[in-house]
Every structure is written in C-alpha cells, then in structure tokens.
Design a protein around this ligand. Structure first.
Ligand code: IPM
Ligand code: MG
Length: 406
C-alpha cells in the first residue's frame, strides 16, 4: 500500500521543496481498516528504547493513524549476528513511509569485535555505525537539525535562539573510505601524486592511517539547495555556509563553490561564509546573528551539537535524516548505556523528532499541536527531567506532554 502512493506523499511533504497540493484522493483506494501511514519503529538499544516508547505514547495520544513495524537494529544484532543493521531491516525500510529511530551503542573496532559471540570472532567482521550506514544505503543526504530555544527553558543559553542546521549526511569524512594499515599500493600512488605526502611515505603501513574526505559537487549542491529551499519557505533571513576551505582546499573548495552557485538561485536570501573554527566562536558570541547553517558532514556534526547545547542540550535536539524517498527521524543524542532502563533521560528530543516526522508526512496541524504541547510543558516547568534540574522520569514527561495536547 505504500509504494504506489509514495508520489502523493512526496508531493505533500513539507520538506520536499515541491509545492503542496490538496489532499484529495491519495488514499481513496485504501480499505478503511488500513492505517494511513506505515512507520518503521527502530528503538535500537540503551535509552533508545525508553525515549521511543515516550514518543509513541504521545503519538498514540494524538491518534496518529499509523501502523508501526518494529525493526531489528543495534548492538544485540551485532553481537549475535555480526551485523547491527541486518538485511531484513533494510528491506523493511524500503517499504515504509518514514521511520523513527532511537539510539544505538557504538564502540571502537577492537572492543566491538571482543563482544561478538565466540562463533563470530576472528572472522574479520568490522563494526560500522548502523545510522551512518542507513544514511548511505538510503541516500538520506539531508540531515536537518532545528535548534530552537523554547521559552522558559532554564537551560537555554539565551532566549530566542532559533537556528537550523543542514548537515550533508552521506559524504565527507563519513564516506567510510579508510585504511589502517595503509596498503602499499596506496602509499606509493600518493607518493607519486602528492608532494605533501612525502613525510608519510616511508612510514611502516601500520604506523599511520588514512581516512578519505570525499565531497562531490552534486552532494554539496543538494544539501545547500535544501537549506535555501527551507529558508525561502520559512521566511528565514540568511544562510551561512560553514567550511574550512582556507586549509582543506580541495574538498571544502568543492562545497563552497557549489554553495555559491546554488545561492545564485535565491537572490532574496543573503548567504555568508564562515570557517568552521571561527563559526564555533561566533555562534557562542552572537547566536542571534545566525539563522540557517549549512555544512559538510563532519562540521555539521560538530556545530549541530554546539547549537543543541545552546537550546538546552541533547535532551532537546532532534534530527531528521531525509532523502528523496525515505526519512528517518531520531534524537541527536546517543544510547547513554549508563542510563538505560532507568527512565531518567529527557524524551523531548525524540518527541520533537516525531513532530518533525509529522511535518514531513504533511501532517502539519498535528505537528504544530505536538510542538505547542512540548512548549507548554517546558514553559510551565513543573515536570522536568534530571537534565532540566527536576526529578521527573522519561515517561512522566511524555504523559505530561500528552496531557497538554489540545
Ligand atoms: C550524530 C551522531 C552520529 C554521527 C554517530 C552516533 C555515528 O553523532 O548523529 O550526530 O556521527 O553522525
Ligand atoms: Mg553527532
């Protein structure tokens, strides 16, 4: 029921950049007992489970018409199957309208291998972050991270901050092209091709490592376009391109040139450019001077955490991984294993991720209702999780938000 209707869904989606059309007969052929949306539900592990439960409680309270299909992902599947993102979960994601994702424990390569069941050890299995893989497998190139200071949140760095980070999500240092040890073919090719490689050329292969930063013109253009489209649609005043092209000339040069080319299509929106190091300083100094930020993958990863901290920390930071066919919504925080099962962490980030999902599905009224409820609970300040200086638990926060839904 999903695929044939996807084009209808795409047209209505707030993020697609395409004009929205009236919701006429997209679903007329559906049987009445079918849910309107099919959502993959991927709690993952650690606190991922309780925060997604909290989001579900709120979605159910709104009577969001969805069928939720649970998907296997996370540390448990790495340990038992050697794959934290099994093929069956990839198949599931091919057949849904959207997905909600919680969090997943990641460990460095060697400790990850040590936790595999004995039968899987020594087989050369390498742990790779499932969320990074998911972004690549489904070409979820647009990592969209709004960072809004909800009024009255005692954790706000300043009231009124309302930043939106667009992070390129599939390329850059996240491309996964890495070598440790470095193969001799590679070191000799680099020795021939680059003078700057000479200090490394004679090192033993296991005494250094190479991670490739790969940025394409296409990948850069489409994330910058997503940022400008958003700015245009939401009346934002400027787009700031974050880079380090003064040093990382080749790859960030591609990003910056692509950004300048795309900016030409949006003459009404000024674009400025900032080096990522200076950007971290300016964001702290004058957060109100910025609006929409767009960056290659790693810089976007870093500045989105910085922006998150300015609006209350990771308990409030939500994230959309958006492609042309699928979008996966998640809290920006990790699995925090030490809090797992304690019903302690703040579910607002995940609840706001659910709000983003509603927007993406075109359920804008529902999304606004949900955001209003979150804002009301924050403003009131009666129910507060530990990060907000309170004693309320994860599900208590969700119940309170559900109570505030008007
Ligand atoms: C994020 C996270 C991930 C990333 C980790 C968990 C792999 O930090 O979504 O920002 O680096 O992209
Ligand atoms: Mg991050």
């Amino acid at each position: 029921m999903i695929c044939r209707e996807r084009s209808g869904l795409l047209r209505r989606r707030g993020f697609s950049g395409l004009p929205s059309v009236p919701q006429v007969s997209d679903y007329s052929e559906r049987e009445s007992d079918m849910a309107r949306y099919k959502i993959a539900w991927l709690p993952g592990d650690g606190v991922g489970v309780e925060v997604t439960d909290a989001a579900r409680l709120v979605l159910d309270a709104m009577e969001f018409d969805a069928e939720y299909v649970p998907g296997d992902i996370g540390w448990e599947f790495w340990r038992k199957e050697g794959d934290p993102f099994p093929e069956r979960t990839i198949r599931l994601l091919r057949n849904v309208d959207a997905a909600m994702f919680g969090a997943i424990t990641s460990k460095p390569v060697k400790s990850a291998e040590a936790e595999l069941i004995p039968g899987l050890q020594g087989k050369g299995l390498v742990y790779r972050s499932p969320i990074v893989r998911m972004r690549q497998v489904f070409d979820l190139y647009n990592c969209f991270r709004p960072c809004k200071a909800y009024p009255g949140n005692g954790l706000n760095f300043k009231e009124g901050i309302d930043l939106v980070v667009f992070r390129e999500n599939t390329e850059d240092l996240y491309a996964g092209v890495e070598f440790a040890p470095v193969p001799v073919e590679l070191s000799s090719a680099l020795g021939r091709l680059s003078k700057a490689f000479s200090p490394f050329q004679n090192l033993p292969p296991d005494q250094y490592a190479i991670s490739c930063k790969i940025n394409t013109r296409h990948g850069s253009e489409r994330i910058v376009r997503a940022a400008f489209e958003y700015a245009r649609r939401h009346g934002r005043r400027r787009v700031t391109v974050v880079h380090k092209a003064n040093v990382v000339r080749a790859t960030d040069g591609v990003f910056l040139e692509a950004a300048r080319a795309v900016a030409g299509d949006y003459p009404e929106i000024p674009m400025d450019e900032a080096n990522v190091d200076a950007m971290t300083m300016w964001l702290i100094k004058n957060p109100m001077n910025y609006d929409v930020l767009v960056a290659p993958n790693l810089y976007g990863d870093i500045i989105s955490d910085l922006c998150a901290q300015m609006v209350g920390g990771l308990g409030f930071a939500c994230s959309g991984n958006i492609g042309d066919r699928l979008a996966v919504f998640e809290p920006t925080h990790g699995s925090a294993p030490k809090y797992a099962g304690l019903q302690k962490v703040n579910p607002i980030a995940t609840i706001l991720a659910a709000k983003m999902m509603l927007d993406w599905l075109g359920e804008n009224t529902m999304a606004a209702r949900l955001e209003d409820a979150v804002a009301a609970v924050i403003r009131e300040g009666k129910v507060r999780t530990y990060d907000m200086g309170g004693k309320s638990g994860t599900s208590e926060m969700a119940v309170e938000i559900a109570r505030k839904l008007s």
